[in-house]
Each structure stands twice: as C-alpha cells, then as structure tokens.
Design a protein around this ligand. Structure first.
Ligand code: PDD
Length: 282
C-alpha cells in the first residue's frame, strides 16, 4: 500500500484498488446509471470544493438519486483518501451509482443502497512551457443528449467523439450542435475576440464547468470583458484565441483547428495573462 493513489474508497471501506470490486448487477455497470465529480487538489487544498459538491447535488437531483452523505462526511472521505495517497497535484474522483438490483430493470426502486466509490488521481503538474505549446483540435457534430449539464457516468458519446479526434490525429474535439458551439469532449470552450472572453451559456447543452466559472470570475475581477452567449461555429475560425478548460487540464490554448493555424499559431497574450492569474489563485 505504499504506492501512491492505490487506496480507494468503496461503500464505507478503504481498500487497495485491486481489492475494490463491484457487482456485475450494479446499475452503474449495466446502464451507466450514476453521476461523478472530479475535484482538483493542489498540495492538500481541494480547489472550489463547495462548487463541486453543489454540482454533485444538482446531478444527483436530476437523476433522482439521494445524496448518500452529508457535506462533512464527504470531506472526511476526501481527507482520508488524501492522507492515504501521497502526492502534490492530485484530484479526487468520486462516483455514485444507483447500486445493485436483483433484476436488470430500468425502473427506479426505493430502498437500494447506492454504490459509492472514490479515488485519488495523480495529475501531471502543468509545465507552463509545455502547456503553452498548445493543443490541436477538430470540430465534430455534437450528437449527445439534451442533459449534458448532468455529470453522468454514461459517457459513451464522449468516448466516441474523443475517438473521432484520435483518429484525426489531434488532441481533442470541439463539439458543435446545430451550428453552435457547445463544449469539448471533457472540457469547456472559450474564444477571445478583440480582447473579449466569450463562452457559451450554461444550460442543457454543456456541463457547467467549475474551471469555466473560475476563469470567468478571474477575468471579471481583472476588468476583462466576458460574454456568455451562443457562439456560431464560424466564429471559431476568426477567433484571436481559443481555450479549453477543465479541472485536470486547467486552461489549454488551442493552436490548430481543423488543420488550420489559430490566429498566429502560438498561445495568445490573453491566455498568458489569465493562466498566470489562475496559477496565482491556486
Ligand atoms: N471533465 N465538460 C465536460 C463534458 C467535462 O467532462 C468536463 C470535465 C468539463 C469541465 O468541467 P470542470 O471545469 O468542472 O472540470 C466540461 C472531467 C475533468 C473529467 O471527466 O475527467
């Protein structure tokens, strides 16, 4: 158990990952019937913990699954896991599925305990030089469902969309629904145009990213104009900068879009500024 990130939490127990097992009748396994969260941890500080727990509650409410733990019980699990798994830059992954029923049946029934799982992920600390080299992306058709604001473990659509990017030999995909930008396969998207930061509004088409919120807050606190509005796909191609944000990726500048160089092909001035402010905030 000396190995970092090897002790996980499962239904009240702390176990080496190899010993943590779940029934094949678990609804998370059969249906992807569950929700999850990823909370970044720097040193021992859980970044934006309250916001993550609030989003978890929203996801649970949307799928009619009661929260198995109080705020303090969650905190206790996280701090135990962080104590048992050493490391600097980490993240807590947690997921709650609707548990194990005797029969494979879509209907929800009361009285079954959920399956609660949590583990520590090791995150590569961002090397600013490497991150500023940027990522390449393609645009793909966002064929997902109308409940993308739920952080659901049903991620096969995201897997398929990411695979389109992999097959095109790029890092990720920007998803476009009916000509309008939604998000990345596991991140939110920002454009910079004429020194204004622009991102699609929250709603059912995208996950309300905690990093997205933090970037908006940091920008506003530093007198950078922010617009939350629908973005046409065409606007991507005339953007000064494009970023993708998430808890594990932080703020990644996009330097290539559909095989075309974005603006000057290097991470932009606004990215440098906001990324610097983000690192200070952490
Ligand atoms: N994903 N949109 C989607 C579809 C995501 O999966 C994520 C994060 C985000 C960004 O959210 P946040 O800033 O709160 O991390 C947006 C996590 C990191 C994951 O699935 O691993």
């Amino acid at each position: 158990m000396s190995n970092a990130a090897n002790v996980v939490y499962l239904n009240g127990q702390y176990l080496p990952v190899e010993e943590a097992t779940v029934s094949v009748m678990d609804r998370g396994f059969l249906f992807g019937d569950g929700v999850y969260e990823v909370v970044p941890v720097f040193g021992n500080k859980l970044l934006r913990l309250e916001e993550h727990l609030t989003r978890l509650q929203n996801s649970l409410n949307r799928i009619s699954l009661p929260n198995p733990y109080s705020h303090d019980e969650w905190l206790g699990i996280f701090s135990n896991l962080l104590e048992k798994n050493t490391g600097e830059d980490r993240a807590i992954y947690l997921q709650i599925s609707r548990g194990v029923y005797a029969k494979r049946d879509l209907s929800i029934k009361a009285g079954y305990p959920p399956t609660v799982f949590a583990m520590v992920l090791q995150v590569e600390p961002p090397d600013l030089e490497v991150v500023s080299a940027g990522i390449s992306v393609i645009t793909v058709d966002d064929f997902r469902w109308g409940a993308c604001d739920i952080k659901s473990t049903s991620l096969v659509a995201n897997v398929m969309l990411r695979q389109q990017a992999t097959e095109a030999n790029v890092d990720d995909a920007i998803l476009v629904k009916n000509g309008m930008l939604s998000e990345g396969t596991a991140s939110n998207v920002f454009l910079v145009k004429n020194n204004v930061l622009i991102t699609p509004p929250t709603g059912h088409k995208l996950l309300p990213g905690i990093t997205r919120d933090l970037v908006i807050e940091i920008a506003k606190n530093n007198a950078i104009l922010v617009e939350e509005r629908e973005i046409r796909e065409a606007e991507l191609f005339s953007a000064d900068e494009i970023w993708m944000t998430s808890s594990t990726r932080e703020i990644a500048p996009v330097i290539s879009l559909n095989d075309e160089i974005v603006a000057t092909g290097v991470a932009g001035e606004m990215w440098k500024r906001v990324m610097g402010l983000y690192q200070q905030y952490k």
